[in-house]
Each structure stands twice: as structure tokens, then as C-alpha cells.
Design a protein around this ligand. Structure first.
Ligand code: FMN
Length: 408
């Protein structure tokens, strides 16, 4: 897959979504909607048991495609399973019962879904969902191992409260994780073997035990970068001040201040291949943190004395060896001049210039508009797009840097 095609992995792709007979079958309807939102065409295939839980009509209505349930239903399309498999870019079964997993593992083909599974020539994923004891059974685990060995991706169920009244591992993975796994299956693994460290969010510099000096950074851009790098095969650590839940399968280290962020990076820096500093780090912090809450009545006027925070990028650029160092410049004026200055002064490999005056870009927004500046002086304007797509564009740019080393 060429670069930039990876930005919207599911756009224009045909996903065969198998729905099987478990309580979680109803969640398949929402999953359809999420896949369609990503630009995919979704063709649902239901087992007989699945139709006990939710009707084909629900899926036909959401997908705009007739939901298929029978191998031998139509004289005009007798080889439906072959046709289906040929047009599939991705084969996903969610929820997958213990029964369908066993059929896939053994190569049984006694309904449309299992027959199609034997014909497909595209990435295949299953998201098991079942009772905790059922999931723990050796036979179920062995069947999943067989599928894994054959290159299927297993989207692990979550621990939690199950419909059968018990608690434990067996609940269908959350739908965002399933969609992320689909994107990952279609994207190139061009960051496989890379250790990527991303920082996200605005730092909080304490003033007293209940107050801090902070900024409006939400952490969304950093989270999008962490997710995009993960989707392309990287091993990702996210150092974050943000309270957003971490993207699936990403190590998160939570910090508050610039000093804590620097320490967390320094601890991991020697092992990293790529460091992307998307966090909005405070430039100044209160010189002294008050031990007790500052009271209004105690002061007519309050003057704060601020001191500079440690300069994280300057610290890293001094010790950097093989690492690629990517910075962000969030500016309200002279965007490109300020970004270029930072790129040169901090010895960066790339800088992402971010105009934080715009409503549709920068802090807190779902979209971003950035300019990428390279050390050799060339620039690339990235138009307004969702932050995850911007993140993929930044990764595309990192791939072209002279210091980028393929590791797979
Ligand atoms: C109420 C009810 C709930 C069920 N939930 C699950 C489930 O969550 N996971 C599972 O593997 N089987 C579950 N089963 C059993 C399957 O429906 C049964 O094994 C069926 O043969 C699966 O067929 P299929 O794999 O073709 O869809 C459930 C059965 C009933 C009656």
C-alpha cells in the first residue's frame, strides 16, 4: 500500500461482517454504523442462531445491503459464498461464538459464513464473546491458537460483567477497539519494530494544593498519533497529562508537570526510535508552590513569581543519538517563522506547526490544520482533516526522513 492511502484505511473497502449467535449480536448493529462511518461498505452475513438475537432487517437497514443468511437461497446467485469472498477486503466476525471459532479452526463449511471463510483471501479477524467458563475452556483456546497460527487476528474479549450474570473475561471487545483492529489489518505495517514515544496534553504546574497553571491542550492530537503509530505496527508509549482513556493496546504513563514529563521521557529515551512531542508543555511554573490553599482574604493583590520549566526538547536534542525527534509548535502569531526557529534551535528532525487561533484546529478540536517543516527547508501544508488522519500524514512524513530506519 502506498503512503497516504493509509490515512483512511477503511474508506472504500468492503467488509464482510459475520454475526453469530450470542447475546452480543445486538452490538453488531452499532459496529456496522462505526465501520460505515469510516467509509467502508459493510456486507453482513448472519448465522441461523444470530437471527434469534437480532433480525437481518436491522442490518439491511443500517448497511443498505441485503443481509445474507442462506447458502442456497438464490437461483440467480448460486455461488454467493465465492462472490462474497472475492469482493471482501476484510472478513470480520463480531461477536464470534465458540461454535463458529471451532468451525473455522476445523475448516467446516455448513453455512454461508463458514463456507465463505474457506474462500476468502483477505485479512480475517474474530472478536470472541461468550461466557467466562466457555472462553477459558482448553478447546476454545486451542481453536483460537489454531486461527492465530494461520494468521487470523483475535480481538481479545474484555473482562467485565457478562450477560449470563457472571463476571470475567468473555465480554465482546469494545467497538472502538474492534474498528481499530480493522484499520490496523488494512494498514501497512511500516512502523513495525519501531519504539515510538508520544507525549500528549497540557502540563499542569501547581500553584497550591488545589490549583495549577495549565493550558487548553486536550491531548487529542497526541492520542491520535499514538493510535496511528500503533495501527501501523509500532510499539507505543504515551506519556500523557490528559485524562482521556488511552487508545487500545497502548502503554500509558500519566504525569502532571513539565518536570515529571521530562523525567518520564528520559527514563525511556535511550530505547526509543522516534519521539513525538505533541504535549503542550508550560514554559513557566510558580517559583514556590504554596503549602496550603491560597485564601482570598489574605491578599489584596496577588503577584505570582514564575520560573522557567525545564526545556524538554532542548534536553533531548543534547543527548539524542539514533532517535528521530519530532516537535510541535503551537503558535498564535508568525506561525511558520516561530516553528522554523524552534526546528533549528532544538535540532529537530521535523516540526508540526499548529495555528491555535483557528476554531477548527489546535487545542481541543476534533480536526487539525498543520504545516510540516523539514530541516532542509521544505514545507508541506496538511489541509483540515480529523486528527487521526493528520496523525497518519505526520507518520507518512516521518517515514521519508533520512534517519528513519526500516525495522521489519
Ligand atoms: C440465550 C443464549 C445466549 C448465548 N450466548 C452465547 C454467547 O455469548 N457466546 C457463544 O459462544 N455462544 C452463545 N450461545 C450458544 C450459541 O448460540 C450456540 O452455540 C449456537 O449453536 C451458535 O451458533 P452459530 O455459531 O452458528 O451462531 C448462546 C445461546 C443462548 C440460548
Amino acid at each position: 500500500m502506498g503512503q497516504k492511502e493509509g490515512m483512511k484505511a477503511l474508506k472504500g473497502k468492503t467488509v464482510i461482517l459475520g454475526i453469530t449467535g450470542g447475546i452480543a449480536a445486538y452490538k453488531g448493529a452499532e459496529l456496522c454504523r462505526l465501520l460505515i462511518q469510516e467509509g467502508a461498505t459493510v456486507q453482513v452475513v448472519m448465522t441461523q442462531a444470530a437471527q434469534q438475537f437480532i433480525t437481518p432487517l436491522t442490518f439491511s437497514t443500517i448497511t443498505g445491503q441485503e443481509t445474507l443468511t442462506e447458502t442456497f437461497a438464490s437461483d440467480s446467485q448460486p455461488l454467493k459464498h465465492i462472490e462474497l469472498a472475492n469482493k471482501a477486503d476484510l472478513f470480520l466476525v463480531a461477536p464470534a461464538t465458540a461454535n463458529i471459532i471451532a468451525k473455522f479452526a476445523m475448516g467446516l463449511a455448513d453455512d454461508l459464513l463458514s463456507t465463505t471463510a474457506l474462500v476468502i483471501n483477505c485479512p480475517a479477524l474474530v472478536a470472541p464473546a461468550m461466557n467466562v467458563n466457555m472462553y477459558a475452556k482448553t478447546v476454545v483456546q486451542e481453536n483460537l491458537s489454531i486461527l492465530k497460527r494461520r494468521g487470523w487476528k483475535i480481538i481479545e474479549p474484555e473482562e467485565g460483567f457478562l450477560a449470563c450474570g457472571t463476571s470475567g473475561k468473555g465480554r465482546l471487545a469494545n467497538l472502538e477497539s474492534i474498528v481499530a483492529a480493522c484499520r490496523q489489518a488494512l494498514l501497512p505495517s511500516d512502523f513495525e519494530g519501531q519504539k515510538v514515544l508520544v507525549t500528549a496534553g497540557g502540563t499542569r504546574e501547581p500553584l497550591d494544593p488545589v490549583r495549577y497553571i495549565g493550558n487548553y491542550s486536550s491531548g487529542k492530537m497526541g492520542y491520535a498519533l499514538a493510535q496511528a503509530a500503533k495501527e501501523r505496527g509500532a510499539e507505543v508509549t504515551l506519556i500523557s497529562t490528559s485524562e482521556l482513556p488511552p487508545p487500545p493496546e497502548i502503554d500509558i504513563v500519566r504525569v502532571q508537570t513539565a518536570a515529571e514529563m521530562l523525567a518520564a521521557i528520559q527514563e525511556r529515551f535511550s530505547e526509543c526510535d522516534i519521539v513525538i512531542k505533541a504535549a503542550a508543555v508550560a514554559d513557566f511554573r510558580p517559583g514556590n508552590m504554596a503549602e496550603q490553599k491560597i485564601k482570598k482574604g489574605d491578599h489584596k493583590e496577588l503577584n505570582l513569581s514564575l520560573e522557567p520549566t525545564p526545556d524538554i526538547l532542548a534536553n533531548l536534542s543534547k543527548v539524542k543519538e539514533k532517535q528521530l525527534l519530532i516537535g510541535f509548535a503551537a503558535e498564535t502569531q508568525d506561525l511558520l517563522q516561530n516553528a522554523k526557529k524552534k526546528l533549528d534551535e532544538k535540532n529537530l528532525d521535523l516540526i508540526v506547526a499548529n495555528d491555535v487561533n483557528r476554531k477548527d484546529a489546535g487545542f481541543g478540536s476534533e480536526t487539525n490544520v498543520v504545516t510540516l517543516l523539514y530541516p532542509d527547508g521544505h514545507k508541506e501544508q496538511v489541509p483540515k482533516m480529523p486528527k487521526l488522519e493528520v496523525a497518519h500524514r505526520i507518520l507518512d512524513a516521518i517515514r521519508t526522513l533520512p534517519g528513519f530506519k526500516e525495522r521489519n
